[in-house]
Design a protein around this ligand. Structure first.
Ligand code: ATP
Length: 248
């Protein structure tokens, strides 16, 4: 495929084997700027492994991962994060005994460290960003609430907020609405549509209603490969997809 300046991420021929088993195999993926691209597929299709390969948690054995035309395959995870790719895992990893505000503040690259001293003073620009992000994730009224007593959905939003504090160009979310109520799910799709206005979002999801609401583009994975790709309508009516996934 020709390089396209609209793609913020280009993944080609990506592959990894675990003890000879090809979990991801010749996988191609092109992420358009300011879009939401959802990866769906049956259990074990390789979706989470693709995110692990992109963010450097797992080392690829074949292929290339280009972020803004720079090859990042083989880079260490912390470097990839620093370059602008943020990842949220399935289980929230917020600090339960810190407040919403403190959780956000800590996540800013220049925010206060976990072991800050008494003489720390809040920097106004970071503080402003915390307030903006808190508003974006719908937790502006919970700034002084400890993370541990938030609802499941609020914890997930806080974690998305912690990613936003790093101002990444790409955000990767693994099953963000798992375990959420209908209302929380609706708020999450609004949030995702909002955050893609100035960055790109990759989402792994099983909930088809949710996928329909958020996806600009959908990639269906099966046995480590791309089974189908396109708009939700295109992949939904693809006989291959109906056979291995949606029809079941
Ligand atoms: N570190 C690993 N070592 C060995 N096998 C692995 C490893 N990571 C993933 N696998 C295997 O690779 C395959 C793909 O797993 P992966 O978690 O990427 O699938 P998935 O599409 O995300 O599935 P799910 O929808 O269930 O989360 C599975 O068969 C899994 O057991």
């Amino acid at each position: 495929m020709m390089p396209n300046e609209n793609f913020v991420l280009e993944v080609e021929d990506l592959g990894v084997s675990f003890d000879g088993f090809k979990a991801v195999d010749g996988f191609n993926f092109y992420l358009t700027r300011n879009s939401v691209h959802v990866i769906i597929g049956p259990n074990g299709a390789g979706k989470t492994t693709v995110l692990d390969l992109i963010c450097g948690k797992t080392r690829a054995t074949t292929g290339s991962v280009k972020f803004k035309d720079k090859n990042i395959r083989g880079n260490r995870e912390y470097r990839i994060v620093r370059q602008g790719i943020g990842r949220k895992f399935q289980t929230p990893s917020i600090y339960e005994n810190l407040t919403v505000l403190e959780n956000l503040e800590l996540s800013h690259p220049k925010g206060r460290g976990v072991f800050s001293c008494f003489f720390y003073r809040r920097k106004p620009d970071i503080m402003q960003m915390c307030l903006d992000v808190a508003k974006e994730i719908g937790l502006e009224d919970k700034l002084e609430t400890e993370g541990g007593i938030l609802s499941h959905g609020q914890k997930q939003w806080l974690e998305i907020g912690m990613l936003l504090m790093q101002n990444p160009e790409i955000i990767m979310l693994d099953e963000p609405v798992a375990g959420m109520s209908v209302k929380e799910r609706e708020a999450t799709s609004k949030l995702i549509r909002k955050i893609c206005q100035n960055r790109s979002v990759i989402v792994i999801e099983h909930d088809m209603e949710f996928v329909k609401e958020i996806a600009d583009r959908v990639t269906v994975m099966h046995m480590g490969k791309v089974l189908s790709e396109g708009s939700m309508e295109t992949v939904q009516s693809d006989p291959k997809v109906i056979e291995v996934y949606i029809g079941h």
